[in-house]
Design a protein around this ligand. Structure first.
Ligand SMILES: NC(=O)c1ccc[n+]([C@@H]2O[C@H](COP(=O)([O-])OP(=O)(O)OC[C@H]3O[C@@H](n4cnc5c(N)ncnc54)[C@H](OP(=O)(O)O)[C@@H]3O)[C@@H](O)[C@H]2O)c1
Length: 244
C-alpha cells in the first residue's frame, strides 16, 4: 500500500470536515503531488470532501477521530505509518469556540476547548512527528491559532482565547525545537473567517463581506507550505481590510 505514496507529499489536516480545514484540503489537493489525509469526527462530511477532491482529480483519504482522544490519535498514527510510512505536512486546524460570560461557562465547555485546541495540538503533533522527522522535504507543522491568540481583549471568549494563546505558545517553543531538524513551524493568526464556526458556540453575527473568506485563507496556507528551501513563514497575522 505504501508504494504509490512514496513520491507524494503526505499532508494531514485536522478539522477537515468543515470550514477552513475543508477549504485547505480542497485547495491543497489541486497539487497532484499532494495526498491529503483529512481528520475530523464526522465521517459523512469527510466522505463528501473526499468526493469533491476526487471529482477535481485530487487524491485524498480520511481518518475519523476525535483529536482530544489520545487512543484515537495513536490509531491515526498507526494508520499513517501502515498506509504511507511518512507525513510531510501537519496542519493542526481543528477547533471550536463557545462564547459566553465566564460566570455561565460550564467546566465541560472550558475543558472541551482546552482539550481540543491544546491537548489535541499536543497529541497530534507528538504522535505524527516521528513520521515527519523521517520524511524528505517538505517538512512542516502549522498551527492554526487565531488573531485572538495574539490580541485577546474581547469579552465572552475567556476559554477560547486562553486556548488560542496556548496554541501560539506551543508554536513558539516547538519552532525552536524543530528548526535544528530543518522542520518548519508556522503559526496562523487569522481574524474572523466566513465558516460555520459561529453557528455552534454562539458569538455574534458578522458581515460576510468584511470578514475573511475561507477560500482566500486556504490559498494563503497553500502558498506558505510551498515556499521552498530555507525560508519559513514563522507567524502570519491575517485580517479583512475593514474587519467586522
Ligand atoms: N471562523 C473564525 O472566525 C476563526 C477565526 C480564527 C481562527 N479560527 C480557527 O480556525 C479553525 C477552523 O475553524 P472553522 O472556522 O473552519 O470552524 P468550523 O467550520 O466549525 O470547523 C471546525 C472543524 O474542527 C473539527 N473539530 C472540532 N472539534 C474536533 C475534535 N474534538 N476532533 C476532531 N475534529 C474536531 C470539526 O469537525 P467535526 O465536528 O467533524 O469533528 C470541523 O471540521 C479552528 O481552530 C478555529 O478556532 C476560526
Amino acid at each position: 500500500m505504501k508504494m504509490p505514496y512514496n513520491s507524494k507529499t503526505v499532508v494531514v489536516i485536522t478539522g477537515a470536515s468543515s470550514g477552513l480545514g475543508r477549504d485547505i484540503s480542497i485547495t491543497m489537493a489541486k497539487n497532484k503531488n499532494h495526498h491529503i489525509v483529512m481528520v475530523a469526527r464526522n465521517k459523512e462530511k469527510l466522505e463528501e470532501v473526499k468526493g469533491t477532491i476526487e471529482q477535481n482529480g485530487g487524491s485524498a483519504t480520511y481518518y475519523a477521530a476525535d483529536i482530544s482522544s489520545e487512543e484515537e490519535i495513536k490509531g491515526l498514527a498507526n494508520y499513517l505509518k501502515e498506509g504511507f510510512g511518512k507525513v510531510n505536512i501537519l496542519i493542526n486546524n481543528a477547533g471550536l469556540g463557545i462564547f459566553k460570560p465566564m460566570i455561565e461557562l460550564t467546566s465541560e465547555e472550558w475543558k472541551a476547548m482546552q482539550d481540543t485546541m491544546i491537548f489535541g495540538t499536543f497529541i497530534c503533533t507528538k504522535y505524527l512527528l516521528p513520521m515527519i522527522l523521517c520524511a524528505n522535504e517538505p517538512r512542516h507543522v502549522l498551527i492554526n491559532s487565531s488573531y485572538w491568540g495574539l490580541k485577546g481583549d474581547t469579552p465572552l471568549c475567556t476559554a477560547y482565547i486562553a486556548s488560542k494563546f496556548a496554541q501560539r505558545g506551543i508554536s513558539l517553543s516547538l519552532r525552536e525545537e524543530l528548526r535544528y531538524h530543518n522542520i518548519k513551524v508556522t503559526c496562523l493568526l487569522p481574524g474572523s473567517i466566513q465558516t460555520p464556526f459561529f453557528d455552534h458556540g454562539g458569538g455574534w453575527p458578522h458581515d460576510p463581506n468584511r470578514i475573511l473568506s475561507s477560500e482566500d485563507l486556504a490559498e494563503l496556507v497553500n502558498d506558505i507550505v510551498n515556499y521552498k528551501g530555507n525560508l519559513v513563514v514563522e507567524e502570519v497575522v491575517i485580517q479583512g481590510v475593514n474587519p467586522d
